[in-house]
Design a protein around this ligand. Structure first.
Ligand code: ARG
Length: 461
């Protein structure tokens, strides 16, 4: 096949649909700078192996920097049909710039198999750095809002039924807790990704005793993927990234779902900023939480890519197979989607308005039924008994058709003699919240402690 770098043993032409089916240049061109950096490091290490003279290396380095500049200036001309992927494109162009005699030595002992794995890891590690920044930004806003809005009390829910009063900050910090775990895992993930496969060759290793450690060091990797077969076969680092991002997006989707509910007219606990809402083309009154719906929706897309890649990888024989090229596009989409989502979430949270009055209005005295039971517990009555007694008070209030806190002291005494006058103090949402002062609870001090813990986790980069 004329013009192909691997064309030596081929005679017939390629089906044009096959050419297009096979090529990855239109998406892996994004790795142009990683590919060039990797090539320079690889060439430098080939001075010591005796493959390249100092002069030849300098020429290769000079040429590759010219090619890099062309990409940066958007002047690189992809040759359709010939430039199958970023690796072949860069090498083809290098030959044109410095001549094939020297350029033709660059690929000695190397394969696109270790090359693509290197490019992907270099690219991904920088992207993970950005994702970490975005995630830290989101967590900072969570911590700041939790501190700033600490007085706001709202209904806490189980089964989407009003359960007990909580601080709005407590709700924020639930997601602070989830996302802080995601942050911790991201930090582990970064270390996993940042290992060098370069020098593994096509699969069996380098026959010229190349110094893989020196290459890894030049490229800023923390060590090697040692086994050469593993180096080229591994896409676990992509799978792990996608599993990590999928878990993050699952949390993000729940977060968004809560906020969608809280922003509805029926709840009206929060109001989204116009910057993150859209209108209806038909109904003039509508202000829709599209940002949050997209966060929820895009989580599905992220899960899909993760599952798709796992399907692609699970059955392939060792080591490199072209199936692995199918890891690139989902990885690109994954990183973009997760990165955008984190930034949107941060924007939404930092600009939304809390409608505290509505949160208060949504609190109902029956949400203090547990506190009423606890009142008797403090008088030595076993909880199983107090639960029953408090239940009777709930049903009395229902029968009398009045809120629980409107029952008279006499009516309460009618249910159980052990209620004393100060029982009426139970019906105080602030007090209920403040009672929960054990670690992790919703009292002010316990919330402050959580905020401090979250800030410490952020610093632990
Ligand atoms: N473009 C390929 C990929 O993304 C790398 C090329 C390896 N090709 C090969 N036939 N060994 O995986």
């Amino acid at each position: 096949v004329a013009g192909k770098l691997w064309g030596g043993r081929f005679t017939g032409g390629q089906d044009p649909i096959m050419t297009q089916y096979n090529e990855s240049i239109y998406f892996d061109r994004i790795f142009y700078s990683q590919d060039i950096r990797g090539s320079i490091a690889y060439a430098r290490a080939n001075i010591k192996t005796g493959i390249l003279t100092d002069h030849e290396f300098s020429e290769i380095e000079r040429g590759l920097n010219i090619v890099l500049k062309e990409w940066q200036d958007d002047k690189f001309e992809i040759q359709p049909g010939a430039d199958e992927d970023i690796h072949t494109a860069n090498e083809r162009r290098l030959g044109e710039v410095i001549g094939k005699d020297i350029a033709g030595k660059l690929h000695t002992g190397r394969s696109r198999n270790d090359q693509v794995a290197t490019d992907m890891r270099l690219w991904l590690r920088d992207q993970l750095e950005k994702l970490e920044e975005y995630l830290v930004d989101l967590l900072k806003v969570i911590a700041a809002r939790a501190e700033n809005d600490i007085e706001h009390v709202m209904p806490g829910y189980t089964h989407l039924q009003r359960a007990q009063p909580i601080r709005w900050s407590q709700w924020l910090l639930m997601f602070g807790s989830f996302f802080a775990e995601d942050l911790q895992e991201l930090r582990h993930l970064k270390a996993r990704v940042n290992k060098s496969p370069l020098g593994c060759g096509a699969l069996a290793g380098n026959p010229f005793n190349i110094d893989r450690d020196a290459i890894a060091m030049e490229l800023g990797f923390d060590g090697l993927i040692m086994n050469s077969l593993a180096g080229v076969a591994d896409r676990n680092f992509v799978v792990k990234t996608m599993q990590w991002g999928a878990a993050l997006m699952m949390n993000m989707s729940r977060w968004a779902e809560d906020l969608i509910i809280y922003s509805s007219g029926e709840f009206a606990f929060i109001k989204l900023a116009d910057a993150y809402s859209t209108g209806s083309s038909l109904m003039p009154q509508k202000k829709n939480p599209d940002s949050l719906e997209l966060l929820r929706g895009k989580s599905g897309r992220v899960f899909g890519h993760m599952a798709g890649l796992m399907m692609s990888v699970k059955g392939i024989p060792s080591t490199y197979n072209k199936d692995l090229q199918e890891s690139v596009e989902p990885m690109l989409d994954h990183v973009k989607t997760v990165g955008d989502s984190l930034q949107i979430a941060t924007g939404v949270l930092s600009t939304l308005a809390v409608q505290h009055e509505n949160m208060l209005k949504a609190l109902t005295p029956d949400m203090l039924a547990t506190d009423l039971a606890d009142y008797l517990v403090r008088k030595g009555v076993p909880f199983r008994e107090t639960h029953h007694i408090s239940g009777q008070v709930v049903s009395l209030a229902e029968k009398e058709a009045k809120p629980m806190d409107q029952l008279s002291f006499e009516e309460l005494q009618g249910v159980d003699k052990r209620f004393e006058r100060n029982v009426m103090e139970v019906f105080d949402y602030q007090k209920s919240v403040e009672m929960r002062s054990a670690k992790g609870g919703t009292s002010k001090s316990a919330v402050m402690e959580q905020i401090e813990a979250l800030k410490a986790a952020l610093a632990g980069g």
